[in-house]
Ligand binder design. Sequence first.
Ligand code: CTP
Ligand code: CA
Length: 225
Amino acid sequence: ITADASYQPLEGRHVLVTAGPTWESIDPVRYIANRSSGKQGFAIAAAAAALGAEVTLVAGPVYLKTPAGVKRVDVESAEEMASAVKRALPCDVAVMVAAVSDWRPKEYRDEKIKKRGSAPPALMLTENPDILTNLAAGKDRPALVVGFAAETERVIDHAKQKRKRKAADWIIANDVSGDVMGGDENTVHIITTDGVENLKEMPKAEVAMAIMTRVADTFQAKAAE
Ligand code: CTP
Ligand code: CA
């Protein structure tokens, strides 16, 4: 990431970032996952650090190098991610980029499920905690809560609804109908109380810098009030 190293507008701020997928274990050898690569979340953490922030990156299982100057906490499941986020508080800004699995198997089987028998096993699921909603409603609520919304259709509408439902300050709407997941480019829309800002398609590192620069501007405007 190219940033003027003397420009440190987030100095003294703690930024918490979640990134990557979560893995929900079915038995010792199987799990439920999704296609998140973690690239956009890691780029956000890198951009925050480059702008001078103290950064905690809570990462699901990904194959990425830890960005310079970032404290990384590795987790596997949504429940582990929820606990790691709680432990990382307080923070000034939370950017929740993780593609948290919405569901996990209702029960974990200690032994590998065998194929024996005729019918395939029915997999019962239960809902995972919503980390973003709980953070935005909690007593340690950061001054700025930013969520991501991965959508494949009616991107802006769905993201606007999500911002309200989750009580987030901003939602970054992310059109994942193409090959965004795992790719290096992203097209996002920043949805705030003031409206929608459309960013053009660009590398994930540049998307990250655009978002974190806007975060820094918001804090500087608040400080000047
Ligand atoms: N999120 C979270 N915990 C969850 C699910 C989602 O923290 N259990 C966060 C994501 O990190 C993201 C935002 O909520 O910042 C939106 O996630 P998304 O999957 O788009 O929203 P959902 O409410 O799960 O709705 P759906 O998947 O049905 O579109
Ligand atoms: Ca979801």
